[in-house]
Design a protein around this ligand. Sequence first.
Ligand SMILES: [Zn+2]
Length: 131
Amino acid sequence: MKRSTGAMRQRIFANLIDHLKAIYHIEWPRKMFGNGEISKHDVDALVAFKSDPQLDELHAAFIRIENQKFGVCIRCTQDIDQHLLDEDPTRRLCVECEKEVSRPPSTEMDSAHGLRIGHQARLFTKPPDSE
Ligand SMILES: [Zn+2]
């Protein structure tokens, strides 16, 4: 059985609030979120300038809700089991795809992802006159 988008939306907000409170000590009145009375803009502002992977995940989940893509595997577009979403609302892959992507990468993929970083070295060189 599929839970309503509103319920999942609320759940993600709750996680978002808990996370902000725990990590950043930001207090948001819970009733503000109770009926989903918060805009995407508010959420964007809330998570802005915080490089926090978990926050990013929650933000991404929220965007998926807004785009009606929530609960759908981003890889194969099948519905993700509700009980898995209950466990982790930020989940974006179905069980099968998760198995696929968690396999060790082939050597082919390794070379595709091998990045040349040599040119970055000069960014760390001090300009001659700097104090
Ligand atoms: Zn899938």
